[in-house]
Design a protein around this ligand. Sequence first.
Ligand code: HSE
Length: 322
Amino acid sequence: MKKVNIGLLGLGNIGTGTYKTLEMNHDLIAARSGLDLAITKILEIDTERERDITVVPEQFTQDASVIFEDPDISIVIELLGGIEPATSFMLEAMRRGKHVVTANKAAVAANYDALTTCAKENKVFFRYEASVGGGIPILNALTSVLQANDFMEVLGIVNGTTNYILTKMTDEGLPYGEVLKDAQAKGFAEADPTADVEGIDVANKLTILMALTFGNYVHPNDIPREGITKITMDDIAAAKARGNKIKLIARAAKTESGIEYSVGPMELPESHPLAGVNDEFNAIFVKGNAVDDLMFYGKGAGPLPTGSAVMGDVLSIAKHLK
Ligand code: HSE
């Protein structure tokens, strides 16, 4: 059986979920694909944390070059988060001939051109399915089975934290501040929720969606953006009285004057498919000129749903290596 060795940058929540996905399904994957996948080296400072996975101390390194210089490693998974050093590490891995898989929307959105160009120049695969919609297979769908379409519109609820907050405000009549505290206590919201509640995370994801649907790269900082921090209970009640729900929406559409795009709260009629997407769930609604309306729904965050998307990318690359 062909062995494929993988280097993992970062064993935080998503790294652990990715490792766990492979650990749980290793034998099934091997039986299906004839590939023996193994995460052999891990860049991680915190080697002591209890993680519910089987990792031996010899797998850990504190030096990324140990992974880049390992001739037996063919795929590098980047799950450090943040733009740097993640981008530099991905570029370096590609220059060393390694294929790269990431879930890092901030790095992909900020450095899309540099990363995709570097992959082409070095003839390696660069995959980032998990960066938008966590476990939802949206990016690979756009670039494979839907690639014969001219896309008209993409509309998404692509942030679980803010969707959870808006759902609780709507269904339980609770104010923003109270729901945010509850979401933080339950681990849905980060201790510093700025990137989520100000729409920064959604803008990163819209940059990636637009690059793939319209071939149009727009830096996330250039996307008109509003978060959910100013939404009051009166706004929610007024929307409800009109038969609508407020959702934080990433939107891009083809118009006669070009591509229009924005991130912000939108009132959707309760009958709209996206209005029924609640709690931490994500959904992406796409309109293609041949396929017409499509909606993708699922868990947009969390270690295992994200690990599922990361390992899916790894496996599809590994099949090419075979
Ligand atoms: N903070 C993000 C969310 C994580 O709440 O959706 C997944 O990208």
